[in-house]
Design a protein around this ligand. Structure first.
Ligand SMILES: Nc1ncnc2c1ncn2[C@@H]1O[C@H](COP(=O)(O)OP(=O)(O)OP(=O)(O)O)[C@@H](O)[C@H]1O
Ligand code: SF4
Ligand SMILES: [Mg+2]
Length: 356
């Protein structure tokens, strides 16, 4: 029987050395990802969200071993990726495809769509030359491009269409896992919804597995089965979609969620603006890393690092790293105080609701 778990990340650390001083010795390091563990099950879409610099892309790059992790283990389909030599990793890397924010930068401008897809299919040796054309048309159909667009170059397409070419290329090698790093961030909101709809449809029809990376919880809302919230290199909350959206426990998740436009124009809600800056990952705060921005912080938070723990026995897999789970809520907070500003908010935009 095939394992349900496809990707298993355990104790992953990614520290980037900082060199300086008179002799150019290592003086410190950027703790971009600092001891995170999670799994992605087959056929699941798991999203990693958090503000810029929290370590999302570094996590994605570590999984592909584009950077060599400092510590931890990464298993794909039972294979320990960190034990593979360079040649073995090259072969394995095609099983994990990554789709970036800027499809234009990752598509060779001198190749037509046909050539781009053929080049990619060549990597997958079991596709015979005579079958390539049929497979190419099949891929174009899947991602909603016209067959007669195969002879065009990337610059002849719009941003959304180019992202569809990127998706077709990723699918052409039958990957086990697709990592989408801010894959729709550069697109207009309406085009974002179309591309997200496409990814969702492909997941449903082909049983794809996604690791979706985004700074915007609104974008991942309808595509994810589970969500991982990161802050300054750590996971602060993890849970299924409903748990995160309906019952967020960590104050950071609550603040992130409050920034999402409300689809119902009659419904008023609060926007929580965190005022402080994100501290440097070179020298992250002791104890809870969020304590310098958290309006609920106590002395305990400054001293002791909260571990991820189960929020509610009934909500399987919902965990948060806060000493005061079930006690902290912005509902009871004064409108204006030192660390946060709470604004009342009315709906403007329901475009993400179209993603079904
Ligand atoms: N090669 C590197 N050398 C040194 N520091 C790095 C390197 N790559 C990333 N970092 C640092 O690691 C931290 C995490 O970066 P990362 O790119 O993973 O963030 P992110 O969550 O993807 O942010 P964004 O939303 O802006 O893409 C940042 O402080 C970044 O400056
Ligand atoms: S542990 Fe303390 S500082 Fe950290 S989120 Fe919870 S209340 Fe805030
Ligand atoms: Mg990034």
């Amino acid at each position: 029987m095939r394992q349900a778990q496809l990707l298993k990340v355990e104790g992953l650390k990614q520290y980037f050395p900082i060199y300086g001083g008179f002799l150019g010795a290592q003086v410190n390091n950027v703790k971009a990802v600092d001891d995170i563990s999670f799994v992605v099950n087959r056929g699941e879409a798991v999203s990693i969200v958090g503000e810029s610099g929290c370590g999302k892309s570094t996590t994605g790059r570590a999984i592909l071993r584009l950077d060599e992790p400092t510590a931890g283990s990464i298993e794909l389909d039972g294979v320990d990726l960190l034990s593979l030599n360079r040649g073995e990793m090259k072969d394995t890397r095609k099983e994990i495809q990554i789709i970036f924010q800027d499809p234009y930068a990752s598509l060779n401008p001198r190749l037509t769509v046909r050539q781009i897809l053929y080049e990619s299919m060549n990597i997958q040796k079991h596709i015979k030359r005579k079958d390539r054309e049929a497979r190419m048309y099949e891929l174009l159909d899947l991602v909603g491009l016209q067959r007669d667009q195969a002879e065009r170059f990337p610059h002849e397409f719009s941003g959304g269409q180019r992202q569809r070419i990127g998706i077709a290329r990723a699918l052409s090698v039958d990957p086990k896992l697709i990592v989408c790093d801010e894959a729709v961030s550069a697109l207009d909101v309406s085009i974002q919804a179309q591309v997200l709809n496409l990814l969702k449809k492909l997941q449903r029809e082909m049983g794809l597995t996604y690791l979706f990376i985004s700074h915007d919880l609104g974008v991942v809302r309808h595509i994810s089965n589970r969500i991982i919230v990161m802050y300054l290199g750590k996971i602060v909350e993890i849970g299924d979609n409903d748990s995160i959206f309906e019952n967020p426990k960590h104050p950071y998740t609550q603040a992130l969620l409050s920034a999402i436009p409300v689809p119902n124009p009659k419904k008023k809600s609060k926007r929580i603006l965190l005022k402080g800056d994100v501290p440097s990952p070179i020298d992250p705060p002791q104890g809870c890393r969020f304590h310098t921005r958290c309006p609920f912080a106590t002395d305990l938070c400054k001293e002791e690092t909260p571990q991820l723990r189960t929020v509610d026995k009934m909500a399987e897999g919902h965990q948060a790293a806060c000493h005061y789970i079930n006690e902290v809520s912005f509902d009871n907070l004064k409108i204006e105080q030192e660390l946060v500003k709470v604004e009342s908010l009315q709906s403007e935009d329901a475009s993400y609701e179209r993603v079904k």
